[in-house]
Write a protein that binds this ligand. Structure first.
Ligand code: ZN
Length: 283
């Protein structure tokens, strides 16, 4: 890593979470559902500054899917229309049960999300049993996929420490998630506490944070001003303002770009993102 990337004003990586597994067209018609819509929306986001695409796939009726074929088509489209962009699949739990959640890792995306503990979600338990987590870790290793570890709760930071101490991962990225109903709220004192622990336990690891719903821009601001990276997109938030629906993923990426500028952070290019996160430079 070059010296200038280590400074506080290092480039800020913007990840766009384009679709998720919950929002539907009747919540916001701009949420991309079909593969074609997803590729177009990712390209628009890429053109205004996003360098990571966080991807879920859906069935034709909008319900979440674990279909490997869909993940493959989406990643091929992103590679074609957004050269260099980092592709990150979700192994989140709405699309399937148990090991179904990790089957798409065989496509070998650059990265994929990995939850290391359970938490409550608005309408259910987000269940991640130790057995499933251990199986997923092996799939990540087998396929050489860099994990983005999702921190929904304080205990997940300690869980990650245990995993790292067992030498499971040489390279990983950390994503703090705040503002999910029934899970950890977007609280600045907790955010700062999380960061202190993360810097203590994993001093060289890059981190990002995501705020759900109305917390999105606030968390973007906290991340950019604390030397972290930004996640935005319609998966997490469907509104530009309280009464205005976001017209596209790109409109949310543009807000993130503004937040970077206000915090004296340049927006990371795809090549810079690959360097900062020690990802494959060949794509
Ligand atoms: Zn997701």
């Amino acid at each position: 890593m070059s010296e200038n990337l280590k400074t506080f004003n290092k480039p800020c990586i913007i990840c766009v979470a384009i679709t998720g597994s919950v929002g539907q067209k009747n919540n916001n018609p701009s949420i991309p559902i079909s593969i074609q819509e997803q590729i177009e929306s990712t390209q628009e986001s890429y053109e205004v500054g996003a360098s990571i695409a966080h991807c879920h796939v859906r069935n034709y009726d909008g319900s979440p899917s674990s279909d490997i074929e869909k993940f493959f088509l989406l990643s091929e489209g992103i590679k074609k229309f957004c050269p260099g962009m980092v592709i990150q699949f979700s192994t989140g739990g709405r699309s399937g049960k148990g090991e179904e959640r990790g089957k798409m890792l065989s496509i070998k995306p650059d990265m994929a999300s990995l939850s290391v503990g359970s938490t409550n979600f608005p309408d259910r338990v987000y269940e991640n049993s130790p057995k499933l987590i251990n199986w997923l870790i092996k799939e990540f290793q087998k396929n050489n996929v860099v994990p983005e570890i999702e921190i929904f709760d304080l205990s997940h930071i300690f869980q990650l420490k245990n995993i790292v101490e067992q030498n499971s991962f040489e390279n990983f990225y950390i994503q703090i998630v705040m503002g999910v109903k029934n899970s950890m709220p977007a609280n600045k004192k907790v955010f700062d506490f999380y960061l202190n622990l993360i810097k203590d336990f994993f001093p060289k690891t890059q981190w990002c944070a995501a705020g759900i719903g109305k917390n999105q821009f606030k968390i973007n601001e906290w991340s950019a001003s604390s030397g972290g990276h930004i996640r935005t997109g319609l998966e997490d938030n469907i509104r530009l303002e309280k009464d205005i629906l976001a017209p596209s993923n790109a409109s949310l990426v543009k807000k993130a770009v503004e937040i970077c500028k206000n915090n004296n952070r340049s927006v990371s290019s795809c090549n810079e993102t690959r360097k900062i996160l020690c990802l494959n430079q060949e794509y």
